[in-house]
Design a protein around this ligand. Sequence first.
Ligand SMILES: Cc1cc2nc3c(=O)[nH]c(=O)nc-3n(C[C@H](O)[C@H](O)[C@H](O)COP(=O)(O)O)c2cc1C
Length: 312
Amino acid sequence: MQLYLAPLQGLTDWIFRESYSQHIGQFDKTFTPFVRVQGGEFYRPSQCKDLLPEHNTFQKPVPQFLGNDAESFKRFEELCVEHGYPEANINMGCPYPMVTGKRMGAGLLAQPTEVATLLEGVFADTKLKISVKCRLGMESTEEFKELIPVFNSFPLEEIIIHPRVGKQQYKGEADVEAFARYAKQLKHPVCYNGDILTVADVERIRELAPQVDRIMIGRGILRNPFLLAELRQQELTIKDKVNMLRGFHTAIIEHCKQKYSGDLHFLKRLEEMWEYHAEAFENGHKIYKLVKKSKTLDQYEAVIFKAINELG
Ligand SMILES: Cc1cc2nc3c(=O)[nH]c(=O)nc-3n(C[C@H](O)[C@H](O)[C@H](O)COP(=O)(O)O)c2cc1C
């Protein structure tokens, strides 16, 4: 079973990936959050920094492209090649109206001919391996029926599917039965993504779709950083876990010091992570409240290292 770390904008950036790989574990693959490219230009040039080799010393991620035209992909490919990446992933899953309204992300899925045009343009000229990360549609999982022949006509490396539709954003249920039905009809390797929180969740996907041997995990790893070890049947003692968490958080803080000037930005970013990560602790609700209340790095460190020490 291959285990992948999901791209989560603002959460699984290089700061998280480096700290996690160094102190907790290595996924089989990791992905950068999307780099949006429009009309051949980087929409937020700062997003490109996530690909810098000096930010990815433990493991090279697969860079992710968000856009809908071949010219923009070409610009993105130049960036990937400049930094020595052999593979890129195309985002066809982002559900935010500001993205889907521009027919990007999940907004592309309701338009199979536009998906085909984008992939034709990409494959006409690319030297990279190309994978896609998508949902089952924008409005309805029925849309995926028309996408299957499109995806099957290109030499994709793999297809990662999060079986919600765009309009659900992150609400409601992921349709795992529809995922299993469609996965069988795709000729490429398929990776499952969505709401994996426990070993039992992976077993359920394996039962429904036995040929699927790749699982991507996002929020579940923030909630339980040891899920990777649990899925690999690696035994960890409480002492191991405390040491890993100490190292991980120390590294996150050190990297944040490099990236952010001033405690406030810094603390805002960490607060977003703790919205999920607090669940790794028994009294997580209380810890999250204290993290949110922290006004300085010193206060933040006092709260989180006390919480980690109390685990042991
Ligand atoms: C805050 C947030 C940011 C995300 N950013 C991205 C992104 O940049 N690219 C992408 O393909 N998916 C992104 N996603 C979707 C996740 O990669 C993943 O598909 C989704 O969270 C379901 O998996 P999970 O339940 O394991 O988290 C994001 C999701 C969240 C909640």
